[in-house]
Design a protein around this ligand. Structure first.
Ligand SMILES: [Zn+2]
Length: 97
């Protein structure tokens, strides 16, 4: 029997790695290759753009969970979509009311 929570954790970690990039705090620059091109350190933090820089992936996972739990304003975007579809702009000029 597989340990679900372990599998889930490793998946979350996977996502966290994909959603963040390695970041050298010493040189204060991203190191997407996993090694800093300036100081050649591989002791790197993780950077999530617009969120922060920190060691480890736990905080990235936490952020991702929080982000996905934050209710996106679906009503608005849905209405926008309907409005766009209902827009008469796409109609031939002869059909304008
Ligand atoms: Zn560096």
């Amino acid at each position: 029997m597989t340990n679900l929570s372990e599998e889930l954790q490793s998946r979350l970690k996977d996502i966290a790695f994909k959603k963040s990039i390695p970041f050298c705090y010493c040189c204060y620059k991203a190191a997407p290759s996993g090694t800093c091109t300036t100081c050649f350190s591989d002791d790197l933090m993780r950077l999530v753009e617009g969120v922060g820089v920190e060691y480890g992936t736990d905080w990235v996972i936490e952020h991702l969970i929080q982000e996905s739990l934050t209710p996106v304003d679906t009503t608005d975007s849905f209405e926008d979509n309907v409005r766009k579809r209902a827009s008469p702009k796409g109609l031939p000029s002869g059909l304008r009311i």
